[in-house]
Design a protein around this ligand. Structure first.
Ligand SMILES: C[S@@+](CC[C@H](N)C(=O)[O-])C[C@H]1O[C@@H](n2cnc3c(N)ncnc32)[C@H](O)[C@@H]1O
Length: 249
């Protein structure tokens, strides 16, 4: 292992992560989500040999590293340069103040990248700005748990479509109560806002709780064909309900 990298499970650099990621040598950070038990429900092909992949809103990089492990020829992972670039409501953005300019937040990705000896290419990009001119096009584009945080998810899906050569896999959280009503699912209804987890509107930047039907229809509006829901599952350990869709160009 490269000198200077953590070797002890109690190393403070392994605390407070978003993703549980196998960092090698038995080291696994303490994280909010452990998506390893559900990774096979997203509809991502088991082998990605011969494919190029883009992971949009990579966070700590769990999916980008998994795509690399599945043999992709090339993986590019993008995320915002600064916390302040998230799609905040203006009143929340001004409250974040200087923390919004913190540019150190891919630090977990960088550490995982070094510890795994990864070749994933990390870039800063806003999903709305993705285009063939700035990132190129990819056989597979993945976007997990991001649409809910965007003021304009359809615009984001159109940007994803512009850089997708063959297929996209898009996962987002569902409104469990709406999803339980088949007539609403088929009418592609979206829930707006998460009253239960925000004391003030827009505090956690959560705008939309989808139904699987809404996810499917929005991908069709974004000019994808053959859109199907690969899985509806709970994200461990929070048990938030989510759907993953596979969509072809
Ligand atoms: C909830 S996390 C999801 C991480 C990972 N994709 C997953 O499925 O577990 C959302 C990620 O999207 C990033 N993000 C938020 N707004 C974005 C935007 N407009 N463009 C690109 N990335 C964005 C955040 O910085 C964060 O890393």
């Amino acid at each position: 292992m490269t000198p200077g990298l953590p070797t002890d499970p109690d190393d403070p650099r392994l605390q407070g992560w978003y993703h549980t990621i196998d960092l090698g040598n038995g080291l696994v950070p303490r994280a909010v989500y452990d998506l390893r038990p559900v990774i096979d429900l997203y509809g991502i092909p088991e082998s990605l040999e011969g494919m190029t992949v883009l992971d949009v809103g990579t966070g700590d990089g769990f999916f980008a590293f998994e795509m690399e492990r599945r043999g992709a020829d090339r993986v590019v992972a993008v995320d915002l340069a600064r916390l302040g670039d998230c799609d905040w409501l203006p009143q929340r953005r001004s409250e974040i103040g200087v923390a919004a300019d913190n540019q150190d937040w891919p630090k977990h990705f960088r550490l995982a990248h070094a510890m795994r000896g990864s070749s994933v290419d990390y870039r800063h990009a806003n999903i709305y700005d993705l285009s063939p001119y700035n990132v190129g096009t990819f056989d597979l584009v993945f976007c997990g748990s991001l649409l809910l945080h965007l003021q304009n998810p359809l615009k984001a899906l159109l940007a994803i479509r512009s850089v997708t050569r063959s297929m996209a896999v898009v996962e987002t959280s569902l409104d469990a109560k709406l999803e339980a009503q088949p007539d609403l699912v088929s009418r592609a209804v979206l829930g707006f806002g998460p009253p239960d987890i925000e004391a003030r509107h827009g505090e956690n930047n959560v705008f939309w709780q989808f139904t699987s039907g809404a996810l499917q229809k929005m991908l069709q509006f974004a000019d994808f064909n053959q859109v199907k829901i690969a899985g509806v599952f709970k994200l461990p350990p929070t048990e938030a309900l989510a759907a993953s869709a596979v969509a072809y160009t």
